[in-house]
Design a protein. Structure first.
Lengths: 248, 365
């Protein structure tokens, strides 16, 4: 599904990712763990297509296509989703309007007619309820005056209704209390199937207790230095990044 | 305090001539005045963008009363120049139009309909409006296609306890120059929204004088004009306990210039005044310009007055967020423009007019 090969990325001349390779197959959940500044968020932005990142070397293949040829919105419509660490506040745009516009963009891409009002209301209601998002919140401006936890839930709601093939969760657990962490994880697990894949970026093993990954990768200084199964996350929690990087 | 205009600076007898001169023939060439700082009245502004003609089509709004000439009567319209608290500034336009042009009086209380439409292209005269009742009425003031005669003065008197909503559609495809003078007596309430688009060179002046316990909402929405779009406001609180709220928002592109200059004046006796002014401009390209100049002049000590002003480009991180959810850039930019402006339309009370204004905005994005 996603094949990253020898990726080198720089921002304003500064190299951040230095030869990263990673393959994610359909139905797999990969966790990417690493210290601050190791290139985790940069990787997520590069995958989603944010401007300002220079790809110096390497390839990214997504479902057989060159991902780097696609615009940000084309990647999203092709089934790639990034749940942001810091979701943008959009004053003046009602949350439910934003959700509807996003759904209709995908439907347009798929050659489907716009979603009808009743179907939309049903879809949103069921998904939002599961995440503990009240109808009052859907009427508010997108992410404006949302708490940290509400913003993350909103990202997962967007993910649930867009049903991506490949979802990247960028530190979705940061700023969440235990209850919110459980709710958000349940949202992710509900979507999990043999048809779609996840790249879960996190600092902490805690999230992985809820979202059990098939593979765990340690990133340090722009490269994957160690890969393994869930036990690697446990080892990391015990020894810390420095030790693991040394033994790599 | 007021500074009368010297007569030798007044250009011509006829107001349309005057507007022509103001807008084209440069009477202000060597003349610097703060109120006209950015208006570029001495310049002949032309548009290199082919304009789409706007025709006001209000067919979607039911039961409008269109004001006809027969609904009006003649009046001498003399504005009390002394009542305005200027500091070495004045409105040249007002002085000229009021002294040199005939006027028509319109009593808004005479109409039964809730929506009243004043199409300025039907009148060559200045307009003197009055309302004394508190019935919920919306007055639409249209200036669209006024190219033949693009200058008007409109004076509005609201009596004690009177209420009125005004929506001004300033979509002239050309040059236009309007002076609004608002006199609010005790406990009166006015919501005034000015929707400005598709103009080549405009100057809108809003002068409002508030007595006791009044409320004034003045909102300006300015999107995709060409050349220079200039708004000047002067709100004076002359008695205690009145509230004014002013929001002007502009979006410019294609080398256009948008200006906002606004002053809130609070008289020494106007204690408990609550004044708010916000001007924000969004610039979509590197060729366009925005000048915002908020001013406060406060002589009372127990007042609440705040103002803010921003000039910015579109937030690219917001555009990216939309795109990351599959929404294409063109649509994202449209939605963000609308989100930026929509606050100025929120005060519209009549749902038909509100919907029409939203659809008009959509068509201009």
């Amino acid at each position: 599904m996603l094949k990253i090969n020898n990726l080198h990325v720089s921002i304003e001349g500064k190299q951040i990712i230095k030869g990263l390779s990673l393959s994610i197959n359909k139905g797999e959940v990969h966790a990417l763990m690493g210290p601050n500044g190791s290139g985790k968020s940069t990787l997520s932005y590069v995958l989603s297509g944010k401007e300002g990142y220079e790809i110096e070397e390497g390839t990214i293949e997504y479902n057989g296509k060159n991902l780097l040829d696609l615009e940000v919105d084309e990647r999203a419509n092709a089934g790639l989703f990034l749940a942001f660490q810091y979701p943008m506040e959009i004053p003046g745009v009602q949350t439910s309007f934003f959700l509807k516009t996003a759904i209709n963009s995908k439907r347009k891409f798929l050659g489907m007619p716009e979603i009808d009002a009743l179907e939309f209301a049903k879809l949103i209601k069921s998904q939002a309820e599961d995440l503990g998002i009240g109808s009052e919140m859907l009427k508010r401006d997108l992410n404006v005056n949302y708490s940290g936890g509400e913003k993350k839930k909103q990202e997962i709601l967007q993910m649930s209704i867009l049903k991506p093939d490949m979802a990247i969760l960028d530190e979705t657990d940061s700023g969440l209390d235990i209850d919110a962490l459980r709710i958000v994880s349940e949202g992710v697990n509900k979507l999990r199937s043999e048809q779609n894949s996840f790249l879960v970026i996190t600092h902490y093993q805690r999230l992985l207790n809820y979202i059990k990954p098939d593979f765990v990768h340690i990133i340090a200084d722009g490269r994957i230095v160690k890969s393994g199964d869930f036990s690697l996350a446990l080892e990391l929690e015990e020894k810390g990044y420095e030790d693991i990087s040394k033994t790599a | 305090m007021s500074t009368a205009v010297k007569l030798d600076m007044m250009p011509s007898k006829d107001i349309s001539d005057y507007a022509e001169k103001v807008l084209l023939n440069n009477p202000f060439e060597n003349f610097k005045i703060e109120n006209y700082k950015y208006a570029q009245l001495h310049k002949s502004i032309t548009s290199n963008v082919s304009l789409k003609e706007f025709k006001a089509d209000f067919s979607s709004i039911s039961s409008i009363k269109n004001i006809k000439l027969s609904d009006t009567s003649d009046i001498d319209m003399l504005s009390d120049l002394k009542k305005w608290n200027f500091n070495n500034t004045d409105s040249y336009f007002r002085v000229n139009s009021i002294l040199e042009r005939s006027s028509k009086k319109i009593n808004l209380d005479l109409f039964r309909e809730e929506i009243i439409c004043l199409d300025l292209s039907l009148f060559k005269e200045n307009i003197h409006l009055s309302k004394a009742s508190d019935s919920p009425k919306t007055l639409m003031i249209i200036n669209s296609n006024l190219s033949e005669d693009s200058a008007r003065s409109i004076i509005l008197n609201l009596s004690e306890n009177a209420k009125l909503n005004i929506i001004h559609y300033n979509i002239s495809n050309s040059k236009s120059f309007l002076y609004f003078e608002i006199n609010q007596q005790n406990n009166s309430n006015l919501k005034f929204i000015s929707f400005q688009s598709n103009n080549i060179h405009t100057r809108n002046e809003f002068f409002a004088s508030l007595e006791e316990n009044c409320s004034l909402d003045l909102c300006g929405l300015n999107i995709h004009n060409y050349g220079v779009n200039d708004n000047y406001s002067f709100i004076q609180h002359m008695k205690p306990s009145s509230q004014s709220r002013e929001v002007f928002k502009s979006i410019v592109k294609s080398g256009a210039i948008t200006n906002f200059q606004g002053k809130i004046y609070v008289d020494p006796i106007a204690q408990k005044t609550d004044g708010y002014q916000m001007s924000r401009s969004l610039i979509l390209d590197n060729e366009s310009k925005a000048n915002n100049k908020p001013e406060l002049e406060i002589y009372a000590d127990d007042v609440k007055c705040s103002h803010g002003s921003t000039v910015s480009k579109l937030n690219q991180d917001q555009v990216y967020y939309f795109k990351s959810r599959g929404i294409d850039e063109e649509q994202a930019i449209k939605i963000l423009q609308k989100a930026f402006l929509v606050e100025t339309l929120e005060a519209i009370e009549n749902t038909q007019i509100k919907e029409y204004s939203y659809s008009l905005l959509d068509s201009r994005l």
